[in-house]
Design a protein around this ligand. Structure first.
Ligand SMILES: Nc1ncnc2c1ncn2[C@@H]1O[C@H](COP(=O)(O)OP(=O)(O)OP(=O)(O)O)[C@@H](O)[C@H]1O
Ligand SMILES: [Mg+2]
Length: 147
């Protein structure tokens, strides 16, 4: 997020954070890549839909044996006829010079194969909520409790 903050400020996007510390097993860069993909998509949606009050919310919340990382935006949501397809490779609504349609396909693959979790979406007329669900690293979580 530190890396992205200046870009987001330039685009007049405010970021709300509701964070909780959590440990998971996996390659940190892979999770970072997924979050960057989701934020870039939100950035594109704000532009495409000419949204003036731009807000991204990043939530990290533990639930049982899992951590849920939510990236939501008020960028206009995803059309019903598109939402079934957005995780397919090469599905894009962007001009071909701008989007390859691989972002979400790769992101879901990383969440499933790399992190042993899932990546899903919910959308309304105004907003999109992408949620990453990853199993917690039990050993590390136990260590925190003990400390
Ligand atoms: N936050 C969002 N708001 C609205 N539409 C979205 C959002 N995220 C994804 N989409 C839709 O899902 C499509 C697929 O997204 P995906 O990231 O896979 O590809 P892309 O952004 O078009 O291209 P790229 O490969 O450069 O990421 C987008 O073209 C867009 O129509
Ligand atoms: Mg994308």
């Amino acid at each position: 997020m530190t890396l992205l903050e200046s870009v987001l400020a330039d685009e007049m996007i405010s970021v709300k954070k509701e964070l909780q510390d959590a440990y998971v097993l996996g390659i940190p860069n892979e999770l970072t890549q997924v979050i960057i993909n989701l934020i870039n998509n939100a950035k594109d949606a704000f532009k495409h839909n000419s949204i003036l009050l731009r807000e991204i919310t990043l939530r990290v919340k533990k639930k049982g044996e899992f951590v849920i990382i939510e990236v939501s935006d008020n960028g206009g949501g995803i059309a019903k006829e598109h939402i079934e397809k957005i995780f397919e490779p090469y599905f894009t609504t962007k001009h071909k010079s701008r989007g390859t349609g691989l972002g979400l396909f790769m992101s879901r693959m990383i969440c499933e194969q790399g992190l042993g979790g899932t990546l899903d979406v919910k959308s309304s007329k105004k907003s999109s909520i992408f949620s990453i669900k990853i199993p917690l690293d039990r050993d590390e979580e136990e260590n925190i409790k003990r400390a």
